[in-house]
Design a protein around this ligand. Structure first.
Ligand code: GLY
Length: 383
């Protein structure tokens, strides 16, 4: 197996070419969607807008911050800062906030602060971090995901991607309680969400007093006991991120387990299906799972001995090449970059349309661009 550096050299021209096309397209999209909290596209191919309280609200400003950090094109910065301010409405409605404040603020305000040292952005991110901190259930040792009465004791694997905002607050304030809460949650995820074969449980319900799992749910996968591919990707990248912030080997090992499972379950065409345990037909892809997993695989590969790491980076490249060929739209006329994202498996009689099958999703664009920037050697990522 080739090592990381050999793989990068081999793919250098392709990666540079791909980034040029992303940048060219995004120079048009960033002007068109300057005032929108963008997610998804309408029938004309223009971005739709979501509310500031939606869990995906941070990805559009976040994508612009990532592009600005690499290109230094002020147009990206203008869009990022304009949209970041629109998210303040979400912070005002703080009793409606949920665990996804990391996705919402850490990659927007957190990114802005890391790049420009803007004091308002720091405040926003620390405020958001403290709301996540306050969701910790002391007896059970986990962060509560949502607010609904019947879901008070639920955890979901996606939350691993929200932990960086706690690692940030811990460092910024010199207060290790934030980091300890993040680690307690990551440890719970190893115990309660990671199965022995490396697959991931999407939702776990806990006993309020002891924290023990009383029930699991299939969530956005096909059914209970299934293996929703974006959940695998959140777990894979999320464990690597906790390893990066803590240096604890158990998170690296957990990430490896999930990565091995993900790779073994990618079909020969390297295009991730929505659920690895769903019937092979009809074929429902989820490009967002592939893009997020590619980011995790690259970061994992970089942190392992050269030959072992090469296997993971090679898998990331296979996924990115396959998706680039089939799912990517570089035309500047459309706001959709990565097509074929899927919100959930269309289970229990739900139509594919209702389930959001094969659509443009903003975090697909975000992680696809992030993966390409990682291969280019970019230095700034908010996580
Ligand atoms: N965090 C929700 C999702 O991945 O769809």
């Amino acid at each position: 197996m080739k090592n990381y550096k050999e793989l990068l050299n081999e793919n250098k021209d392709w990666v540079e070419e791909v980034f040029k096309k992303i940048d060219k397209k995004m120079q048009s999209v960033t002007l068109r969607s300057r005032d929108k909290i963008a997610d998804g596209v309408d029938e004309k191919g223009f971005h739709k807008e979501v509310s500031p309280n939606c869990w995906t609200s941070g990805f559009w400003p976040g994508l612009n911050y990532m592009l600005y950090a690499y290109t230094k094109n002020d147009e990206y910065l203008k869009t990022a800062q304009t949209v970041e301010k629109k998210l303040d409405e979400g912070l005002k409605n703080y009793d409606e906030l949920h665990h996804d404040v990391g996705f919402m603020w850490h990659i927007s305000s957190g990114a802005n602060y890391q790049i420009t040292k803007d004091a308002d952005s720091r405040r926003r991110n620390l405020f958001a971090a403290s709301t996540l901190f306050s969701r910790f259930v002391l007896d059970g040792g986990y962060i509560r995901a949502w607010n609904a009465k019947n879901a008070e004791n639920w955890t979901i694997i996606d939350c691993l991607m929200n932990l960086p905002i706690l690692y940030f607050a811990s460092k910024e304030l010199g207060d290790d309680r934030f980091k300890r809460v993040a680690m307690a949650h990551a440890d719970m995820a190893i115990m309660d969400h990671l199965r022995e074969d490396g697959s991931i449980v999407h939702i776990a319900e806990h006993d309020r007093e002891t924290g023990e799992v009383v029930k699991t749910y299939g969530g956005q996968g096909i059914k209970e006991g299934s293996s929703w591919s974006r959940g695998q990707a959140w777990g894979l990248y999320g464990f690597v991120i906790s390893y990066i912030h803590t240096g604890e080997e158990r998170y690296l090992n957990a990430a490896k387990q999930v990565a091995n499972y993900f790779i073994a379950n990618c079909c020969d065409d390297w295009l991730p299906r929505v659920d690895f345990r769903a019937p092979s037909t009809p074929v429902y892809y989820d490009s967002t799972a592939g893009a997020c997993a590619a980011c995790g695989l690259i970061e994992l590969g970089k942190r392992l001995p050269e030959d072992e790491g090469g296997m993971y980076v090679n898998a990331a490249l296979k996924i990115l090449h396959a998706m680039e060929e089939k799912f990517v739209d570089y035309s500047p006329e459309s706001d959709c970059l990565l097509g074929y994202g899927t919100v959930r498996y269309p289970a229990n009689g739900m139509t594919p349309e209702k389930a959001g099958v094969h659509i443009s999703i903003i975090y697909g664009d975000y992680f696809y661009t992030e993966a390409i920037l990682k291969l280019l050697g970019a230095e700034f990522f908010p996580w």
